[in-house]
Structures are given as structure tokens and as C-alpha cells.
Design a protein around this ligand. Structure first.
Ligand SMILES: NC(=O)c1ccc[n+]([C@@H]2O[C@H](COP(=O)([O-])OP(=O)(O)OC[C@H]3O[C@@H](n4cnc5c(N)ncnc54)[C@H](OP(=O)(O)O)[C@@H]3O)[C@@H](O)[C@H]2O)c1
Length: 352
């Protein structure tokens, strides 16, 4: 098939990983115009059977390398336990595939940097799964900051209160060798948001963090986590999360030299299509409740993320979170963990 024929066709996706979130990715690809799920690679026989049943037209593999060898696949979507991201992403990029890689991009900055370089040399898109950047709520807040509604942003708070993490297939999420640390699991999204909201201030310089655990046998599994991140101009962000709570309630508050933004999202769990939410903005004169174009939530944003990659591949459109930003998110989390471990502020340059 020549290039011109391909540009009018759906982008053929291969999905690697078909667990709790991988199943949501499969659905998002399936419902997105211009995207088609043609193959799924997953480890166990049981998960392979589930994939065959759910997507009878897709080729199902036990070995992801077979999926990568399938030449009809243009884009690969990796939704594996975090310790496998680097190896599998590297193979996918070297096979010349466009890539959507779930967060955390990898477990080390060095590995992230390597993926960015390979994607550049292969001239393929590398998108990282920080889907909050596509949200009708969290991204609307960013638009309002960029429109100057609050003046120069000076302070960001991103806060989450939720039920405990799921253990994941073979309990990978409760094992530091496979998860990296728990800051890389969920607070990574909030570090990404905070840095994005304060992008006019340049890059963050230091982070100081504190954490504790409910389980005395496992102090490394941090149920409560808070960090303060500083910019050279005096701007700062607070990222804070507890896993010792219930349901899923996230807030962001951003204040500037002129006004303030308050965004809130609540659901019985993170994966609901029926959340409650609001966005309020104060421009220094009046408080307005901002009407959103559509309901926010990670299931919706996931679909937008797939559509965005399709548009990037077919029309050279933008990517919400490219590899460089995924790398920064990992760096902020690693600096925060180092700060917890050493009980001192850490300069980002120590981990970059
Ligand atoms: N952006 C977001 O909001 C978001 C939300 C949730 C998760 N995530 C990320 O998505 C990734 C997957 O999370 P998940 O919740 O879907 O995990 P999960 O439910 O545990 O699914 C993991 C999948 O990977 C497969 N797998 C392949 N090799 C494996 C190995 N060596 N050990 C364990 N599993 C292996 C599993 O196959 P079997 O079923 O055959 O074991 C399963 O299909 C993680 O990186 C996580 O951080 C991102």
C-alpha cells in the first residue's frame, strides 16, 4: 500500500497489556473514529481468552514481539506494569511504531531520555498517558491561566483523596521493584499538572516531600504523600494525596496576581462516567462558575488521547504530553521520593 492510500485509512493500533486500564484503552481505540484495534498482546492465557472474546476481529498474541512484527500496525499502545515500560517501548519505537505509552513513562530519567532520542531518530510520535491535560476540566483551567484570567500564576494546589490502589496483575503495584514508587503511580499526574499550570514561570527547581504509611510492615508503600515544589521566581506548587480515604475526590486551586481558579472532580471511583464537578474562576472582580463543554473523567480523556494520536499521525497534529514532558514528570517524582528518603529539599538537577 502506498503512503497516500494509508493516509485515508484508520490508524491500526496494537495494544500491549489488557488488564484493568488496558481494557479501557481497548475500548477507547474501538470507539474512536479513525482508530482501529487490530491486535492485542497479553501475557496469560486467561487474559488472552478475554481479549479474543471482547475483540474477535483482533489478532491476539502472547508475546508482544509478534505484535511488533506485524507490519500493518502503525501505532502501539503500551499499558503494562510500569517496570516493563522502558523495554517494551524501546522495542516498539525501534520497530518504527508511533507510541502511546502509559505513565510513568519509565522508572528512570535516563530511560526516558533514551526513548525520547529513539522516537526522534525514528521520526515517530511518542505520547505519554497524562490524560488530565486533555480534560474538559483540568485543561480548561490551563486555558484560563493562559488567557490571563488570574494574572501571573503564583501558587498551585493539586489534591487527591481516594481509596487504596488496586494491587494489579501478580501484585506488581505493591512491589517497589515493579512499581518504582507510589509517587510514580498517581501523584505523577499532579506533578505534571502543577508544572503545566506554572509553565510561564519556567521549570521547577526544588522539591521537598513527606510521606507515611498505614502499614508498619511496609513503610515504603506510602498512603499519605505531600510535596512542595519551588520555582526560581518564588512561585510554588503543593501536590498532596491520601490513599487512606474513600471514593475519588480531586481538587486544584490556582491563584495568581489578579485572581483564582478552583476546580473539583468527584466520583464513586476514578473510572466513572457520571462524576460531579465544578470549575469556578475569580478574575479579581467577580466569581464565575464556568460551564464545561463535556463531562470530565479519565475514560473520556482516554478517548481524546487516542483521537489526538490519530490526528498527530495523519495530520501532524500536536501531542498533549510528549516524551520530554513525560520525562519531567518522572524526574519530579524521583526527586520527591529522594526528598522523602533523605528528609531534605532536592534540586531537580540532582535527578535530571
Ligand atoms: N493514566 C492513567 O490514569 C492510568 C490509570 C491506570 C493505570 N495506568 C498505568 O497503566 C499501566 C497498567 O496498569 P493496569 O492498572 O492496567 O495494570 P494491570 O491491571 O495489572 O494490567 C497489567 C497488564 O499487563 C500484563 N502483563 C504483562 N507482563 C506482565 C508482567 N510481567 N507482570 C504483570 N502483568 C503483566 C498483564 O497480563 P495478565 O493479565 O495476563 O497478567 C495485564 O494485562 C501501569 O503503568 C499504570 O501505571 C495509568
Amino acid at each position: 500500500m502506498n503512503l497516500e492510500d494509508m493516509t485515508h485509512q484508520s490508524v491500526k493500533f496494537g495494544l500491549i497489556g489488557f488488564g484493568a486500564w488496558g481494557g479501557c484503552h481497548a475500548n477507547a481505540i474501538n470507539v474512536t473514529e479513525g482508530a482501529e484495534i487490530v491486535a492485542i498482546a497479553v501475557r496469560s492465557e486467561e487474559s488472552q481468552s478475554k481479549a479474543r472474546e471482547a475483540y474477535p476481529d483482533a489478532q491476539v498474541y502472547g508475546d508482544y514481539r509478534e505484535l511488533l512484527a506485524n507490519e500493518e500496525i502503525e501505532a502501539v499502545d503500551i499499558v503494562l506494569p510500569s517496570f516493563l515500560h522502558h523495554e517494551v517501548a524501546k522495542d516498539a519505537l525501534e520497530a518504527g511504531k508511533h507510541l502511546l505509552l502509559e505513565k510513568p513513562m519509565t522508572l528512570t530519567v535516563e530511560d526516558c531520555r533514551e526513548l525520547v532520542e529513539i522516537a526522534q531518530s525514528q521520526n515517530v510520535n511518542l505520547a505519554i498517558g497524562h490524560e488530565l491535560r486533555l480534560s474538559s476540566l483540568w485543561a480548561r483551567a490551563k486555558e484560563m491561566i493562559d488567557e490571563g484570567v488570574i494574572g501571573d500564576p503564583q501558587y498551585v494546589l493539586v489534591e487527591l483523596s481516594r481509596r487504596p490502589y488496586r494491587p494489579g496483575a501478580s501484585g506488581w503495584r505493591f512491589d517497589l521493584d515493579r512499581v518504582g514508587n507510589w509517587i510514580l503511580e498517581e501523584p505523577i499526574h499532579f506533578f505534571d499538572l502543577a508544572r503545566w499550570y506554572l509553565s510561564s514561570a519556567g521549570e521547577p527547581e526544588t522539591v521537598y516531600a513527606k510521606a507515611n504509611s498505614r502499614d508498619p510492615e511496609h513503610p515504603e508503600l506510602q498512603d499519605n504523600f505531600s510535596a512542595i515544589m519551588n520555582w526560581s521566581g518564588g512561585q510554588y506548587a503543593v501536590v498532596t494525596q491520601t490513599l487512606s480515604a474513600f471514593e475519588h475526590h480531586q481538587t486544584a486551586k490556582i491563584t495568581g496576581t489578579k485572581g483564582a481558579i478552583w476546580a473539583s472532580w468527584s466520583g464513586a471511583m476514578d473510572r466513572t462516567r457520571h462524576p460531579t464537578f465544578f470549575l469556578k474562576a475569580f478574575d479579581g472582580e467577580e466569581v464565575q462558575e464556568i460551564k464545561l463543554e463535556r463531562s470530565p473523567g479519565e475514560l473520556f480523556e482516554l478517548e481524546d488521547q487516542i483521537a489526538m494520536l490519530v490526528n498527530a499521525i495523519r495530520n501532524e497534529g500536536p501531542i498533549a504530553c510528549p516524551g520530554e514532558d513525560g520525562m519531567w514528570s518522572v524526574a519530579m517524582c524521583l526527586a520527591a521520593q529522594k526528598s522523602v528518603d533523605e528528609n531534605r529539599p532536592i534540586k531537580l538537577e540532582e535527578v535530571l
